[in-house]
Every structure is written in structure tokens, then in C-alpha cells.
Ligand binder design. Structure first.
Ligand code: ATP
Length: 704
């Protein structure tokens, strides 16, 4: 390394010390005299004259400080030197800094070896860690005069004004030439210094280039750029250490793989989990360790994260909880991924959250941007702020519990979320479920007794789903508990105060039940202080496609395969179907479709029969005559553009009205002629199937 670098220098440089001005001309000498005179005046008069061009304010201030340290002006000042053991210890301590700096110092020394320059590296306290000089004869001479050797402490305090002393003190690059030094003994030398900072911007070191005679601006730039390079290297090393410490601090097995699936980092927990104690995982293909894992291929290929999926490793004969986070550069290019693995106890599957005492959903997790769902979200958010009872109404599977959880997380996130489905509990058990019981209250009861769900909801939210199925005889007791905010366990003798927010939900028309005397009117009005309506899926327009994509991604994750896309025809079938089971049905349908899909695309044939078995011919064609409901971006884009939403909404309205333009225009709230124009603007040419299914080319017919 040293030889080729030396060869880069011109023989002119080698022969003559051209880097520095060795002979001083008349003007130099005059200038030096003037500076020296100013220095003596300032120090003698013990006041700071207005700084002039000759004396920089930082230098002026440093001279005053040096004098106040009682340093000698006309003689040598020697810094103390650390003893051998202390210096060895310090070198060990500064190992990372030296490892980062040494290659650069060596290069600098090589480049300057034909000059009389010295390269110094000091730590943040001014201890010289490295003193490098190509010319050994000169080094000995300097050492004798200045006692400058590794381990000596040189600061402004110990030797007076010098470049590296000011760099240390102020954290700035500095060049000091000849009489600018405090001590006159330094009058013939010059120095350029630059600070080096660690990752937290703490001063860590200085780099200095010292030369006899005067320096030029190149010296300072050389010192700054070398210090900068060392600083970057040092920060990288520190970050690497920090990363390794964090990596080792976690109990989770963490493995980093590159784009080809080769392990580049792994912590001790990973070696333990993968039975690799004492052996290195680095450089091994992850497939050799875990066996073929479609999820790993999926993350590397698609750049999508995976959270808490369960994988089976045949090689390890073990099930693992697997998460993966792709590593991307600022342009979104995937260059590997971080895998975390947790062992799942034998015979114990990862528990699915039951939704019993925890609420996972928040408003931002509710998928949908249709005006209908946005309205429900906005209303629910407003309701969440008011601590009163809320009745959620909506068809089955529309997301009522989802909204209840989101309201809970918005209003009482610290408390428990206790959900009960009144239709799912046998009638004779509802009372004990809700109110709990004291020990021995009835045959079969626990000896210690048990708290009921209302008690458990204390401080949080009680969610009574299917409230319409609450037995009539229990309704007055519920009413009292709501009004008095206290309950008595079955067989108990004392009231227990409870503080809970009540959210109820139903897919029935409660008012009809009230009219039929199946539901108490007073309870009904107590429950519906605020009423939230969740729209059915068929009214949410393009949300069907958004939700479908959301569920496809979830299903693919569960099945450990890359998420397939939806073909245009499949999108058409999804929009056309009326979804009696709402979002839950869509979720199941997408799971079915993902399981059935081949070649990464969901076709109508992959959908459950009732959804995919609509007419084989798609009645909407684009201007090229292709059977499309919209262009392919609808299937590909993660979110839909306004134009795409408009297109889908028009198609939906036409499907809903069986292509009756007047009715569709009414649904869309626009005139027939506007609808005709929008059909054309959207590049759609329709073959209408009127109620008698007689096809008619819409694009050619004139609006009446
Ligand atoms: N907007 C949405 N975003 C994401 N997932 C949703 C959305 N709406 C519903 N779901 C999902 O659909 C399923 C049904 O939702 P939920 O159980 O909340 O409906 P529900 O109206 O309470 O049903 P039921 O009437 O049967 O009690 C759940 O798996 C839920 O996660």
C-alpha cells in the first residue's frame, strides 16, 4: 500500500520540500514581525485591542488565555506525559478510533514522507495518540526540543496557543503559523488541525499536520478532509457496535440476509434457536438453515413485511413464529431483509387474539375511503369523545365490533375491552356471565365465585353484541346496572361499583322488537343515546376492491405465498355481487380465492361459486373492445385514484340498476346526460342488458 502511494508523487516533490515555503521572503519576515509585535503589545498591555487583519479574534483570545495560564512566552512549555501503563490503557480504550484512523494516518504519512511534516492524532483531552513523521532524524530533533511523543498531553493550557489546542477547545478547524503560536519557541513552525466528532457530535479527537516554516491553504484542507474521512469511518464503526449491542440485547433470534438469501448477520439468540451454538451462521444460505420457506422468498421478492406468521422447519423439526422486515434504500430498492424468529412451544399453537379482553382495532386500521364509511368513522370518532352509551347498528359482518374496538381504543385505551355476544350464550347462563356469582351460589359454581363480565369491564368498555337477543327477563337488571353503575353478583349481598363505557350492537331493527314487546322501550332509549350506523358493503362503492386487496394480502400471509393480484374480470364479479354476508363474507371469499389462485392472479373461477358464477361475458367493454371494466391499474394500484373510483362507482350503479341509465343516474345524483358524458369520458363503451336482457350499445344511443 505504501509503495504505490509513494509512486504517485512527482520526483520534483521528492527532491525538494515544495509543499512548504522553506525560505521566507522579505514580506513574510515583515508580516511575522508585525504579528509578533501585536502579540507582545496585547500581552503586555493586558487588554484586547480591536482585532485587525493580522490578528484573528480567536488567536487574540487564545493568547490572553495562555498568558493567564502562566505559560512561558519565550521558552519551551512542556505538557505532562502519561506513564507507559496509563498510555497503553488509553490506547486500548481508543481502539475503535485508532482502527478507523490508522489507515488514513498511514496514507498521510506516506504522502508527506518526503517533506518535514508531522501528522498528529490527539484524543479529546489532547493526549497525543499517534505522532507520525517520515524523517526520523528530524523526529529525534523535534522530540529533543519540544518533547513531542505519543502520550504527551498538548493543549492550550499546557503549551499555549496552537492549532490543535484551539481545535480541541472550540471544535473547529484551525491553522496557526509561526508567531501566531503563543510560545516564541514555536515561531518557526506551522500547524493545521481539524476536529473529529463521534456519532453524538461529541468531540473525539483532532488531526493535525505540523510543518516547519509557513504552510499554505492546502494543509488545512488536507487536515479537514482527512479528519472528515476518519470521522466517517469512526462513526460507522460506532454505529456497527451500537447495532451489534442492540442485536445481542434482544432475546429474539435476529438474522439479516442479503437479496440472495445469504446470512450476513445473526445474533446469539439466533444461533441458539437454530441449534448453531459455537458455529457461525454468516455466509450460509437461509434455506440451508430453515429449509425451503416460501415466506422468505415472498419478502425478498415482493419487499413486503410479514408479521408473526407461523412456519414449520423440517430441518429443525420445530415450529417458529416468523416476522420479516425488508431492508430498502431511499429509492425503495430491496437489498435484503431482517428476520426475527421465536420458538413456539411444542404442542402449543400461537394463540389467536380472542377479542375478549383486548381491542386490536383502531380507526386507522379500518380499511375504506368511501364517503359512507368515512362518515361512519367521523361520527364514531366524535362519539368516542363523549362518555355515553352507543348503539351500533348494521347488517351482520359489516364491522360493528371493529368500530366498538376503535371507539374503545380512542376513549379508554388503558382499560379492558370486554365483549359478549348475547346470541351466543345460552339464555340461562347470560346472567352469571354478566354479573358473576359468589362461591356456592348454585350447583356447579366455582367455590371461590367468579366476577362477571360487567365487573371485568371496570375502567374499560363493555361491548354487548347482538343486544336484540338479550332475554326479556334480564333486561330490567341490565337497565339498573347501566343506570346505577353498580352490580351485585348472583348469591352476593353487596353492591360492587363499576365504571364502564357501554357499547351495544345489533343487526336487528330494535324498534320493531320494541313494538312487538320483545325489547324494553326504556332499555332501548338508554342504549341508543348515540346511534352509529355502519353501511353494508354494497353501499361502499370502490371499498369492496380496497377491502378485497387487504384480505388478499392477509390470506397470502397466512398461507405463506406471495399475494396474487385480482384480474379485471374478478374485480367485475366482486363489484357485481351483492354481499349478503358483507365484509366477513368478502374476507372468506378472498381466502378461498387466494387458496385457489394460480400464476399469481385471481380469476373469476377462483372465487366462490356464488360470486364467480355470474355471466361469463363481462358486459362492459373499453373502446378497444376488450372485455374490461376499467383499465388494469384498478387491479394493480394499492389505492384507487379519483378517476378509478368514479369509473367503479358508475359501473356499480349500472350493475345495481341492471344498466338502467335513469335509475343509475338517480343513484349517482347526476342527470342522465351527465352520466352519458361520464361513461364516454371514462372510455367505457357499454353493451346494455336491459330488463329483458336485450343488448343495446349505449355508446351509440343518444340520451333521451
Ligand atoms: N373496514 C374494515 N376494514 C378491515 N376489516 C374489516 C372492516 N370491516 C370489517 N372487517 C372485518 O370483517 C370481519 C367482520 O367484522 P365484525 O366482526 O366487526 O362485524 P360485525 O358487524 O360485528 O359482525 P356480526 O354482526 O356478525 O357481529 C372481521 O374479520 C373484521 O376484521
Amino acid at each position: 500500500m505504501r509503495k504505490p502511494l509513494v509512486q504517485m508523487l512527482s520526483p520534483m516533490i521528492k527532491n525538494r520540500d515544495r509543499l512548504v515555503k522553506q525560505t521566507l521572503d522579505k514580506s513574510d519576515v515583515l508580516l511575522m514581525e508585525k504579528i509578533k509585535k501585536s502579540k507582545l503589545e496585547i500581552l503586555h498591555n493586558s487588554f484586547s485591542p480591536t482585532p485587525n487583519d493580522l490578528v484573528r479574534p480567536v488567536v487574540n483570545e487564545s493568547w490572553i488565555r495562555s498568558r493567564n495560564y502562566n505559560l512561558k512566552l519565550f521558552d519551551y512549555n512542556y505538557g505532562p506525559t502519561l506513564d507507559g501503563a496509563a498510555f497503553e490503557e488509553l490506547l486500548r480504550e481508543k481502539g475503535l478510533l485508532l482502527k478507523a484512523a490508522d489507515p488514513y494516518l498511514l496514507n498521510l504519512e506516506t504522502m508527506l514522507s518526503h517533506t518535514s511534516c508531522m501528522v498528529l492524532l490527539s484524543d479529546e483531552e489532547g493526549v497525543m495518540l499517534r505522532v507520525l513523521i517520515g524523517n526520523q532524524k528530524l523526529f529525534k530533533k523535534i522530540n529533543k526540543r519540544f518533547q513531542l511523543s505519543p502520550g504527551v498531553i498538548w493543549t492550550e493550557k499546557t503549551i499555549g496557543t496552537c492549532a490543535h489546542g484551539i481545535s480541541l477547545l472550540l471544535g473547529i478547524p484551525m491553522q496557526i503559523c509561526g508567531p501566531e503560536h503563543y510560545s516564541e519557541k514555536f515561531g518557526q513552525i506551522s500547524c493545521s488541525s481539524a476536529p473529529i466528532f463521534d456519532v453524538n457530535d461529541n468531540l473525539a479527537a483532532t488531526l493535525s499536520i505540523v510543518s516547519p516554516y509557513l504552510q499554505n491553504s492546502h494543509f488545512l484542507s488536507l487536515a479537514i478532509s482527512t479528519a472528515w474521512a476518519i470521522q466517517n469511518e469512526y462513526r460507522l464503526a460506532l454505529n456497527r457496535e451500537l447495532f451489534d449491542t442492540a442485536l445481542e440485547a434482544t432475546d429474539e433470534a435476529v438474522i439479516i440476509i442479503n437479496r440472495r438469501g445469504i446470512i450476513t448477520r445473526a445474533n446469539a439468540a439466533a444461533r441458539k434457536t437454530l441449534d448453531f451454538w459455537g458455529r457461525d451462521l454468516i455466509g450460509m444460505p437461509i434455506e440451508d438453515i430453515l429449509g425451503k420457506q416460501p415466506l422468505v422468498d415472498f419478502v425478498l421478492k415482493m419487499g413486503e413485511p410479514v408479521k408473526d406468521a407461523e412456519i414449520e422447519s423440517e430441518r429443525l423439526n420445530r415450529r417458529l413464529c416468523f416476522s420479516a422486515q425488508p431492508q430498502k434504500d431511499h429509492n425503495g430498492n430491496n437489498f435484503g431483509c431482517v428476520l426475527t424468529l421465536k420458538e413456539i412451544e411444542r404442542g402449543r399453537r400461537r394463540e389467536k387474539p380472542t377479542g375478549q379482553a383486548q381491542a386490536a382495532f383502531t380507526f386507522d386500521k379500518i380499511v375504506g375511503s368511501s364517503p359512507q364509511i368515512i362518515k361512519s368513522i367521523e361520527t364514531a370518532k366524535r362519539f368516542a369523545r363523549l362518555d355515553v352509551n352507543i348503539l351500533i347498528q348494521g347488517e351482520s359482518g359489516t364491522g360493528k365490533e371493529l368500530f366498538a374496538q376503535a371507539i374503545h381504543n380512542e376513549s379508554r385505551p388503558e382499560g379492558p375491552f370486554i365483549a359478549i355476544n348475547c346470541a351466543a350464550i345460552p339464555k340461562n347462563l347470560i346472567a352469571s356471565e354478566l354479573f358473576g356469582y359468589e362461591g356456592g351460589a348454585f350447583t356447579g359454581a366455582d367455590r371461590q365465585g367468579r366476577p362477571g363480565k360487567i365487573e371485568l369491564a371496570n375502567g374499560g368498555t363493555l361491548f354487548l353484541d347482538e343486544i336484540g337477543d338479550m332475554p326479556l327477563e334480564l333486561q330490567p337488571v341490565i337497565l339498573r346496572a347501566i343506570e346505577e353503575k353498580r352490580i351485585m353478583r348472583i348469591g352476593g349481598k353487596r353492591y360492587i361499583p363499576v365504571d364502564f363505557r357501554l357499547i351495544t350492537a345489533t343487526n336487528k331493527n330494535l324498534l320493531d322488537l320494541v313494538k312487538n314487546k320483545q325489547f324494553r322501550e326504556d332499555l332501548y332509549y338508554r342504549l341508543k343515546v348515540l346511534e352509529l350506523k355502519i353501511p353494508p358493503l354494497r353501499e361502499r362503492g370502490p371499498d369492496t376492491v380496497r377491502l378485497a386487496k387487504h384480505f388478499i394480502a392477509l390470506a397470502a400471509q397466512k398461507l405463506q405465498i406471495p399475494a396474487p393480484s385480482l384480474s379485471d374480470e374478478a374485480v367485475f364479479h366482486l363489484l357485481k355481487y351483492s354481499w349478503p354476508g358483507n365484509v366477513r363474507e368478502l374476507e372468506n371469499a378472498m381466502f378461498h380465492a387466494v387458496s385457489m389462485s394460480r400464476n399469481g392472479v385471481i380469476e373469476p373461477g377462483d372465487l366462490p361459486e356464488e360470486i364467480g358464477a355470474s355471466p361469463a361475458r363481462c358486459p362492459v367493454k373499453d373502446h378497444t373492445g376488450l372485455e374490461l371494466i376499467a383499465d388494469s391499474r384498478i387491479a394493480a394500484a394499492p389505492n384507487l385514484s379519483l378517476k378509478e373510483i368514479e369509473k367503479i362507482t358508475i359501473i356499480q350503479a349500472l350493475l345495481q340498476t341492471q344498466y338502467n341509465i335513469s335509475e343509475a343516474a338517480k343513484i349517482l345524483g347526476m342527470s342522465r346526460s351527465t352520466l352519458y358524458r361520464k361513461i364516454r369520458d371514462n372510455g367505457l363503451k357499454f353493451i346494455t342488458l336491459n330488463r329483458n336482457t336485450r343488448p343495446k350499445a349505449l355508446g351509440q344511443s343518444q340520451p333521451r
